[in-house]
Design a protein around this ligand. Structure first.
Ligand SMILES: *Cc1c(COP(=O)(O)O)cnc(C)c1O
Length: 419
């Protein structure tokens, strides 16, 4: 459930009519609903009622906006970060260092140092090599850092191949059959406190079965480690729960997910942590856009050209993803159209042959479910500048990320004097 609804025929974000935001901030602009973020955070936590003392770390890469992170920090969420930049953001938003988990296959030396100096709660190691490097830095700093070993369970998450992370051929984690040996080797390293295991098999998962299979394998590994004399007090179950991108689609609820987790992990005797991203932020945001004009070429449906493009919302171009497209002031009439952006690539297409609200030049519309993996993937391709972001809270709203103009971007460029 979200808080983007028609009132008196006008689409609102909570109590704010979207045309008011378009007027004040311009378009395209991402609009997030605080009430929706909070609701999703609480539904997720409530879903884990059967799990003792869960640690929930929002996957910052889904939406790293400082205001969004602050909303979630106030809900008691920690952060799952995958870069030094995300770590900086999480701390700036008020998330406590001990509530930060650092994931990612390519943490650089400076990023490992940054994590140690910040005193983060856990490094999720993705290779034996990374473990030795981290151990050496930790010893130099005279500290012992808490770590989990991320394993690759070789499970097909049955999602888009580009966001599948738990198959043998993917770059993430260490192979399950080598995990116990690597864990033992790293546990012997001064500077590391090997305390647990982690798994994350992919994103936008539509059913719970692959997760259950992966968690089952993790449970077996915990047993194997303990049998081998290792200490395991923590298990990180990652993120991945999918969200509906189309009206009437249904996905496993956080309650169903939580019930499965409670059943599979009963008897593990560890502290569980979770790294939800999309399920928290996805339906808490829309991308508000204005139709530039419509044109026809040939006999097919018209091209509705909007002022948002693939540089603002990459998912359709990148993954062929679907985003519902709704008029802000629908008349009730419908039409079939292709929805495209202004960028000079055919890939800049949001939808082909889509039945949509009848809409024309100057009208406002939204791409829904744009709160996760939306603004964060924006670029300035075609020198379009970076899209703005707004957070709504009841009847008020604030710009939480300025639009960065093509001029400002150009100001960071230099032409050498020898040219
Ligand atoms: C991307 C990612 C997540 C979040 O995935 P969602 O599908 O957005 O929940 C969690 N953990 C790790 C390690 C990730 O890379």
């Amino acid at each position: 459930m979200d808080h983007f609804e028609l009132r008196d025929g006008i689409l609102h974000a909570e109590d704010v009519p979207l045309p008011a935001i378009a007027e004040a901030v311009g378009t395209p602009v991402y609009v997030y609903s605080r009430a929706t973020l909070v609701r999703h955070a609480r539904v997720f936590r409530d879903g884990l009622a059967g799990v003792a003392n869960p640690h929930i770390a929002f996957a910052v890469k889904a939406n790293p906006n400082l205001a969004v992170l602050k909303v979630l920090a106030k809900e008691g969420f920690g952060a799952d970060v995958v870069s030094g930049g995300e770590l900086t953001r999480a701390l700036a938003a008020g998330i406590r260092p001990q509530d930060v988990v650092f994931s990612g296959v390519g943490k650089t030396h400076p990023e490992l140092v940054q994590g140690i100096e910040a005193g983060i709660g856990q490094f999720n190691l993705e290779s034996e090599e990374e473990g030795y490097e981290l151990a050496a830095i930790a010893r130099r700093h005279g500290v012992t850092v808490p770590c989990a070993l991320r394993v690759n369970p070789d499970v097909d998450a049955r999602t888009h191949e580009k966001i599948s992370t738990g198959k043998r051929e993917n770059k993430f984690g260490v192979p399950l059959d080598r995990a116990a040996a690597i864990y033992a080797a790293l546990a012997a390293e001064p500077g590391l406190e090997m305390r647990g295991v982690a798994v994350h098999i992919g994103s936008q998962l539509a059913d719970l079965e692959p997760l259950e299979t992966a968690f089952g394998k993790l449970g077996a590994l915990i047993e194997e480690l303990r049998t081998g004399g290792q200490t395991v007090t923590h298990a990180d179950l990652g993120g991945g729960l999918g969200v509906p991108y189309r009206k009437h689609e249904t996905f496993p609820s956080p309650a169903e997910y939580g019930a499965m987790v409670a059943r599979v992990t009963a008897g593990w005797d560890v502290q569980l942590s979770f790294e939800p991203g999309r399920v928290i932020a996805g339906n808490a945001g829309v991308l508000l856009t204005r139709v530039v004009r419509s044109k026809r070429s040939g006999n097919g449906p018209p091209f509705v050209i909007v002022d948002a493009a693939m540089n603002d919302l990459a998912r359709p171009a990148m993954y062929g993803a679907w985003h519902d497209f709704d008029a802000v002031a629908p008349t009730g009439e419908r039409m079939t159209a292709h929805i495209v952006g202004p960028i000079c690539e055919t890939g800049d297409t949001f939808a082909m042959d889509r039945e949509i609200d009848a809409i024309g030049a100057g009208d406002l519309a939204v791409f829904r479910t744009a709160g996760a993996y939306g603004a964060t993937m924006a670029s300035s391709y075609n020198s379009r500048g970076f899209v703005a972001e707004v957070l709504v809270d009841g009847g008020k709203f604030a710009v939480v990320a300025d639009r960065i103009s093509p001029h400002a971007i150009m100001d960071a460029e230099r032409v050498p004097e020898w040219l």
